[in-house]
Write a protein that binds this ligand. Structure first.
Ligand code: NAP
Length: 304
């Protein structure tokens, strides 16, 4: 049976979701705060829901994709919506934190609807492609019942677990790894240019180095998973070897007047491990240092 769908939010991502659903033959309603954004979608066959509550009444599955949870919360908690939630499947595709997902799940489920929280690991142009990954956590029953619809949005879709915040947590974890690489690239480009190298040259050598970096990354994850921190025959480079090479980055920054905020933060982490006598340990021995955040490092104090 093909479900009726309503998408709340016709921004860049919401519109792409709607176009994909229409393309796959799903009867699709749309509601957007700025009604004009619905016009290109109605031209493709979408029906406009005059209100959020009307959207819930029309659909079995309601996909929410607005800017943030504050906006989503305001839509759900307005007059007339709570009373039409019972029996519906709510698929939250607005980006948020694990805590926000847990809170939204509790509220939605308390009103008789099933709740699935999703993280879209792609940009709008990738929606509907076989390789596109969306992560879901929350109601297994909603996921299984509407799996074909969810797979229509991305063939690489997967179910992470029943705890609603887990998809968001995995999203944050993966993005953290991405930001590490992107911030590293910013620092690396500054080094390259200050030493007279072209970014074209930097780019071409990134490709050649990538298999080595990927291997080190997966080795780090695998070792951390089994807590194999001591250096052994399979260790690719000891902490001492890493730290010795890392000194050259500090030196270039110092000599050429480059911003060294990020290298200094990395230096602090290296030094913590070295003060514990871990010179010959694997790079993975840094992992425990990332699990002992102090309350003094909360966002508020960090920004003060
Ligand atoms: P966008 O193009 O800026 O669209 C934002 C949408 O949210 C619009 O429909 C907007 O309505 C609506 N909105 C904002 N504030 C609202 C409010 N107070 N009440 C009701 N509706 C409100 O953003 P987007 O790129 O589509 O992103 C939407 C969500 O997808 C975000 O949570 C984003 O993090 C997530 N996401 C985006 C990407 C991406 O590459 N774009 C990738 C992964 C996840 P109006 O049209 O009325 O302004």
């Amino acid at each position: 049976m093909v479900s009726n769908v309503c998408v709340l939010g016709a921004g860049r991502m919401g519109s792409s979701i709607i176009r994909t659903l229409l393309d796959r033959g799903y009867p699709t309603w749309v509601w957007n705060r700025t009604a004009a954004k619905c016009s290109p979608l109605t031209a493709l066959g979408a029906k406009v829901a005059p209100s959020v509550a009307d959207g819930f009444r029309a659909a079995d599955v309601v996909i929410i994709n607005v800017l943030d949870y504050a906006a989503s919360d305001a839509l759900l908690k307005q007059d007339g919506v709570a009373s039409v939630l019972a029996g519906k499947a709510v698929v939250q595709l607005t980006s948020g934190s694990p805590r926000l997902a847990r809170e939204e799940a509790r509220w939605v489920e308390a009103h008789g609807a099933g709740y699935l929280d999703g993280a879209i690991m792609a940009t709008p142009d990738f929606i509907g492609k076989p390789e596109t990954a969306l992560l879901y956590s929350g109601s297994r029953s909603v996921y299984e019942t509407h799996k074909s619809l969810l797979l229509a949005l991305g063939g690489g879709t997967s179910y992470v677990g029943e705890i609603p915040g887990q998809a968001s947590a995995l999203d944050i974890a993966l993005l953290t790894q991405m930001w590490g690489g992107l911030f590293g690239a910013l620092q690396g480009m500054a080094v390259a240019e200050v030493e007279g190298l072209s970014l074209k040259m930097f780019r071409s050598h990134l490709s050649a180095f990538k298999p080595v970096v990927d291997a080190a990354l997966f080795d780090l994850v695998d070792r951390t998973n089994v807590r194999r921190f001591a250096g052994d025959d399979a260790t690719l480079a000891s902490l001492a070897a890493h730290y010795s090479a890392f000194q050259h980055l500090l030196e270039v920054c110092d000599e050429r007047g480059l911003d060294a905020a990020m290298p200094r933060a990395m230096d602090t982490i290296f030094r913590q491990a070295l003060s514990l006598g871990r010179m010959e340990d694997d790079f993975a021995s840094l992992a425990p240092l990332f699990r002992n955040g102090s309350p003094h490092q909360s966002r508020e104090t960090a920004h003060a």
